[in-house]
Design a binder for this molecule. Sequence first.
Ligand code: ADP
Ligand code: MG
Length: 259
Amino acid sequence: MLELKGLNFRYNNPENSFELSNINLKISPGEFVTILGPNGSGKSTLLNLISGEFRALRGEILFNNKPYFEYKRKEIAKRISFVPQKYYSVYPFSIYEIVAMGRTPYLNFLGFEKEEDIIKINEALKLVGIEHLKNYSINSVSGGEAQRAFIARAIVQDPELMLLDEPNAHLDLEHQISIFNLLKSLNQEKKLTILMVSHDINLAANYGKRMILMKQGQIYLDAENSKVLTTENIQKVFNVDAKVYTYGKNINVALFPNN
Ligand code: ADP
Ligand code: MG
């Protein structure tokens, strides 16, 4: 579905020497992949390249075997949705309007929502549990509620691939689990392919099947969860002591302070 070949990227900023280098990655339809790595390792930069926000310096991105640049922006928007880590809204759009933006690539030239669009928007609001907030301004709700609005916006886009950048960052425990359950059911029932950055190693371990560990702008390791989650890998990438326990199908990573 998605293939990155020898991707390189640098920011246009002479003071910043960060470089994303030689990224090779293949994601197949129906996968649920998580990306983990320390702050500044390039996770968000990588998602921004895949979503088309940034352009690579070198290398190639293929989507369904076709180079990315051969797609029109609107064609990509029907296939790939992106839940960014940060959002800024100057204009106080309502929650409903934010979610409705996900239907933009499907609207006719007049830009009117059809019955079908309205049904999808309301369904998505319900799925993420913010139906009661639909007339509230995005600037007046909590971080977790806003995050759920952006997840709903990504859902109504009806994508084949969903990119999420730390979608659980602002969510309380109950909503972390409910959003991850929702993503899992979209993955299993609707065959939605998911590529997600998460800081929560335990949620990542128990929802995704494959993990990509990033370190200093490179892919350090890309394998199934049980191969990635070892004391040694966690030490090398995150510089912390950890123990990995498995209970049946569940994996639990316990962290210990260095002392
Ligand atoms: P992560 O998501 O893994 O925490 P990022 O991809 O956001 O890391 O950032 C990688 C590096 O690129 C960091 O050193 C960060 O400071 C730098 N960086 C991120 N965004 C920009 C930007 N817009 N301009 C310049 N440098 C940036
Ligand atoms: Mg980031």
